[in-house]
Design a protein around this ligand. Structure first.
Ligand code: HEC
Ligand code: HEC
Length: 365
């Protein structure tokens, strides 16, 4: 009887396994070092972040007093300051919100932890919905009700999700927005991407002097319910007409957005680059959020001109445009929606030009 039966075959397999594990370990260490190195690099800010962070007086130091609070109330409490490393995290967080796709960056992977790997389409940026780089204000510096403020959201720390009742910390709420609103993938909860956006949101809250645990009107969306309309029901035909009149010139007749020089000038509201079926922006999933967003923020330049009924009609119409499946829709629905996205735009275009030839000239398609 052999005391130790390890044949050659087994030994080779074992060696291969150990070798593979070692290679993975070396790779992980290298990636870790690379990230540590990137974390130490100075950050090149987007023009929007440059302006905002300068206005809020972000700098490394032992104390921080907000110029915004000082200008508005005549006094600003000195709070604990930021280390040089904190400042870089806040800067990267701002870049991620302003320019998720790195379209303004010389080297996106350096300045935003390559955030594009978590997004499928080429249009989405957090700032498209969380406007004002997560801090939308009037020209006089007043925060806007229901403007998806990231600062007001951060001071809530964790909150019961109004649709699922689940207690969600700030990090998980960010993750949801990558998955469905940005039609992407879930970053790890400890990913630098999540940490940097948290650092930025926390800084905004300090700059605006928001108090922890308080609820502010700028948090979330100012939702438009069916009860707040003329109660004549959400009307597809009216929505379609309004969309053509007020939205199509920017977002395109099929909602596919407008891209200029590789940058999404007007983001897609339908098709492969838009939010997906399970985003709360999708009217057929949650009917109050998109109308709330539209009534406050669109048409850009003419905000506040739509009635509640208009916003719901348009929301209903937009939700019928094809878009990607959500994370819980399953493979069959995913296939179906892929097919719809391929077929519908051409089909609708053909039908419309066939019915009303003048549409072709108007939209220039
Ligand atoms: C297409 C629009 C859209 C995009 C793009 C988007 N979001 Fe959101 N986001 C929303 C909406 C709408 C909500 C509110 C959902 C609700 O009320 O439940 C939200 C909620 C959040 C919240 C929680 C806010 C709160 O107060 O509960 C965070 C944090 C967040 N988003 C971060 C991000 C980040 C980071 C990105 C970019 C990766 C992003 N979002 C992209 C629409 C968007
Ligand atoms: C003048 C051009 C313009 C018009 C008109 C316009 N939008 Fe927008 N829209 C934008 C821009 C630009 C953004 C990105 C946010 C920003 O920069 O403020 C946006 C953002 C959006 C978003 C959120 C972003 C996303 O990825 O989904 C939706 C939804 C939207 N618009 C729908 C509409 C609808 C519906 C109308 C018509 C009522 C409309 N827009 C009219 C320019 C326009």
């Amino acid at each position: 009887m052999k005391p130790f039966a390890l044949g050659w075959g087994k030994a080779v397999r074992l060696a291969l396994l150990v070798g593979a594990l070692l290679a993975l370990y070396v790779l992980a260490v290298a990636r870790h070092d690379e990230r540590a190195r990137i974390r130490e690099q100075p950050v090149t800010l987007t023009p929007g972040c440059e302006e905002k962070l300068a206005r809020y007086g972000l700098a490394a130091g032992s104390g921080y007093a907000s110029p915004y609070t000082l200008a508005r109330s005549g006094q600003a409490r000195v709070k604990r300051g930021y280390s040089a490393e904190d400042v870089r995290a806040i800067q990267r967080g701002c870049n991620i919100i302003d320019d998720l796709q790195g379209q303004l960056a010389a080297d996106p992977s350096r300045e935003r932890w390559n955030s594009t790997r978590f997004v499928r389409g080429t249009h989405t940026s957090c700032d498209h919905c969380h406007q004002g780089i997560g801090d939308k204000q009037t020209a006089a510096g007043v925060a806007q009700t229901g403007s998806l403020s990231l600062a007001a959201s951060w001071v809530m720390a964790d909150m019961y999700d109004q649709f699922t009742g689940i207690l969600l910390p700030y990090e998980l709420r960010q993750m949801q927005c990558y998955i469905n609103s940005s039609n992407g993938y879930k970053p790890n909860v400890a990913d630098d991407l999540i940490r940097d956006v948290t650092a930025y949101s926390r800084f905004l809250a300090a700059a605006l002097d928001l108090r922890f645990g308080n609820h502010y009107a700028e948090q979330g969306i100012d939702e438009v319910t069916a009860a707040s309309t003329l109660k004549r029901g959400d009307d597809y035909v009216r929505g379609a007409a309004l969309y053509k009149e007020k939205c199509a010139r920017c977002h395109g007749p099929q909602g596919l957005g407008t891209v200029v020089d590789g940058k999404a000038l007007y983001p897609a509201v339908a098709g492969p680059n838009a939010f997906n079926q399970q985003s709360r922006n999708n009217f057929s999933f949650v009917s109050t959020i998109l109308p709330g967003f539209l009534c406050r923020n669109m048409p850009l330049g003419e905000e506040g001109t739509l009635t509640n009924q208009d916003c719901r009609d348009i929301g209903f119409y937009v939700s019928n445009m094809p878009r990607p499946a959500g994370d819980k829709d399953g493979p069959l629905a995913a296939l179906w929606h892929q097919l719809m996205m391929r077929v519908m735009p051409t089909l609708i275009h053909t039908i419309e030009t066939w019915q009303r030839p003048e549409v072709t000239q108007e939209s220039g398609t």
